[in-house]
Design a protein around this ligand. Structure first.
Ligand code: OGA
Ligand code: MN
Length: 213
């Protein structure tokens, strides 16, 4: 750490260290309080405003000519982030991710080139069935990131992220509650996963660090 680095930098460095270690050891890191509650609440409030003004669209699957809406697979709604038109709160989060991207590259040489991401809203009952985050025919998505934006989420609310941590052994799984401020980060080609239906609105910011084309 440089001499000028203050407590905020020290905290970021510690979080980066945990994420790098998790990715290197098992391809997966789950970090609580990645963002302070105030910043999580701001992102959530903005997501709700955008949704209320009709800015979300039904999420699809596939890419390019394979893109389709398929409600048997996913029923969430998304709103892509546009870095050029980000709100200050979104911009601040994107800057935080930029620091993380560089830290991962320095430690693991993954050649991560950019972030793409969207806000996601699962209305009560919505789901996303078991899938991998990489599109057929391309390996551009290298690291998946999900930041949850839900205040006071409990087991009874459902909506867990169900991760199959060993694709060759279905019994190896992890259920992650979408608790506000929690970041889930994993190698995109490694783990099939699904989002279980929730009993109430479930908000997140989801994205990927990508390799160059
Ligand atoms: C996705 C996804 C998981 C979650 O958007 O691809 O798997 O917990 N999201 O929201
Ligand atoms: Mn996914």
């Amino acid at each position: 750490m440089s001499q000028a680095a203050g407590p905020a930098d020290a905290r970021a460095e510690a979080l980066h260290g945990l994420i790098v270690e998790g990715l290197a050891d098992r391809g997966l890191a789950i970090i609580d309080d990645f963002l302070p509650p105030k910043r999580v609440a701001e992102l959530a409030a903005e997501a709700r405003e955008l949704w209320a003004s009709g800015d979300f669209q039904d999420a699809g699957i596939g890419q390019g000519e394979n893109f389709q809406h398929n409600a048997t697979i996913r029923t969430d709604q998304i709103r892509w982030l546009n870095p050029a038109a980000a709100t200050p709160t979104q911009g601040c989060f994107l800057a935080t991710l930029e620091g993380l991207r560089l830290a991962i590259n320095r430690a693991l040489f993954l050649g991560l080139f950019e972030f793409e991401g969207h806000l996601a809203r699962y209305p009560a009952g919505a789901y996303y069935r078991k899938h991998l985050d990489q599109f057929r025919d391309t390996d551009q998505r290298v690291v998946s990131l999900i930041l949850y934006l839900n205040a006071a989420w409990s087991e009874a609310d459902g909506g867990q992220l169900h991760l199959y941590t060993d694709p060759s052994d279905e019994s190896r799984q992890e259920l992650v509650l979408p608790i506000g401020g929690r970041l889930v980060c994993f190698l995109s080609d490694r783990f099939p996963h699904e989002v279980l239906p929730a009993g109430r609105e479930r908000l997140s910011l989801t994205g990927w660090f990508r390799r160059r084309d």
